[in-house]
Write a protein that binds this ligand. Structure first.
Ligand code: PLP
Length: 412
């Protein structure tokens, strides 16, 4: 299918007035657009509930009891995992906590959790509360890796050097695979290896990576990972998250918080007092899953599966490189800079623009209301633009650059 054809799979929000019927949408890194198929397929699932009541657990066209298994294969392909290594459940931060129950086990001198200084606040709050849960002081337990003075993004060599120097105090290294603020892609293979060499557990938050860049979690050997499905994965606000647990941990003697969905599906209804967890990521499930929240994830993953990440990545590099060339011209004469790394392997869809003066929120309002360009502000000074290969166009990129040029005055 052509990229024009792919764009037609989505509802593009209409523009209010102006020269274009639709907005130029650059916030797919924050909330992806709705696939047209989502409503149709969700209605099919709702119809089965109307038609069957409780019998839908077994008799629905897509039976509810094993519904989550419909998501397993496409989610595994998306992140480069074995099907047994992934499960879709809960929300991202909830999943990070459930995973830290297993994978953050401070002991002796090895108690610290390493995140990036520009970590998403939810991750920061999560690890700080985990430290407190273990009776530790978050101020000394949580290490925040900062870029060098005068730089905006983390260097892989500096992360590795930190691990070589202080790795024997690190219990858990948990970074964003793609940083939400700067759009920087981390070298996950190298950093995972360095974390393991230091004796630490390595987990990845892939909120901004899943559906954005190709991932190879099994091969990289990460211990765990989690991602949400409402950003690049277009599964709707607050959509369910995905979880990866490497095969080597399946069946291992790890702490887990359990519920009736943690036990083998085949013996679940024997209703025994003790669980019998399966040797797969499914063992990390707790509750029976919300089918009508899983539907949109299933629909979206099918689209990703049909198009494939290699095709999407190629288109993404094309669009983002094009947008950068246009922005380079705009920022050359204005108090702005693009802080996302330029090397193709160090960025995904998103480009982050820093304002040297003024306020990001006010600028994104003008972009939206005066130019029909939807970008997204991270206060005080970052505006993020993410052309998304499934539905963004070169024309969108031209509109964004022209709008930015019109909203920010040239310096003399
Ligand atoms: C979007 C995002 C979250 C959101 O967390 P929820 O639990 O889904 O609300 C968390 N971490 C990162 C890095 C994010 O980008």
């Amino acid at each position: 299918m052509s990229f024009e054809g792919l764009r037609h799979l989505f509802h593009i929000p209409p523009a209010e007035g102006g020269d274009y019927p639709e907005v130029a949408y650059f916030a797919g890194n924050s909330l992806g657009l709705q696939p047209r198929a989502t409503r149709v397929e969700l209605n099919e699932d709702l119809d089965e509930w109307a038609r069957l009541g409780v019998e839908g657990h077994l008799d629905a066209a897509r039976p509810w009891l094993p519904y989550h298994e419909l998501l397993t294969q496409p989610a595994a392909r998306l992140v480069g995992a074995l099907p047994s290594e992934v499960v879709v459940m809960n929300s991202l931060t909830v999943d990070l906590h459930l995973l830290m129950v297993s994978f953050y086990r401070p002991a002796g001198a090895r108690t610290r959790i390493v995140i990036e200084d520009a970590a998403f606040p939810s991750d920061s709050y999560a690890v700080r509360s985990q430290a407190r849960f273990h009776g530790l002081d978050p101020e000394t337990t949580v290490v925040r890796l900062k870029p060098r003075d005068g730089e905006d993004t983390l260097r892989t060599e500096d992360v590795v050097a930190f691990l070589e120097r202080e790795g024997d105090t690190v219990a858990l290294l948990m970074l964003g695979g793609v940083n939400y603020l700067t759009g920087e892609v981390m070298d996950m293979a190298t950093i995972t290896k360095a974390g393991h060499a230091a004796g630490a557990v390595v987990g990845w938050d892939l909120a901004h990576a899943a559906g954005n860049i190709p991932l190879d979690l099994h091969e990289w050997g990460a211990d765990f990972a989690a991602w949400c499905s409402y950003k690049y994965l277009n599964s709707g606000p607050g959509a369910l998250a995905g979880v990866f647990v490497h095969e080597r941990h399946h069946g291992a003697d790890l702490q887990r918080f359990e519920g009736w969905w943690s036990t083998e599906a085949t013996t679940r209804f024997e209703m025994t007092p003790e669980s019998r967890p399966p040797r797969s990521a499914d063992a990390w499930q707790v509750s029976n899953p919300p089918i009508f929240a899983m539907g949109p994830v299933r629909t979206s993953l099918r689209i990703f599966d049909e198009v494939g990440m290699p095709v999407l990545r190629e288109r993404s590099l094309h669009l983002t490189t094009y947008l950068r060339e246009l922005l380079d011209e705009v920022v050359a004469t204005r108090p702005l800079s693009v802080i996302t790394p330029r090397e193709p392997e160090r960025h995904g869809c998103q480009l982050s623009v820093r304002l040297h003066e003024g306020n990001a929120g006010a600028l994104t309002k003008r972009l939206r209301f005066e130019h029909g360009v939807i970008a997204d502000a991270r206060q005080p000074d970052i505006v993020r633009f993410a052309p998304v290969p499934l539905y963004s166009t070169e024309e969108d990129c031209r509109r964004a650059a022209a709008a930015l040029a019109a909203c920010v005055e040239e310096t003399q």
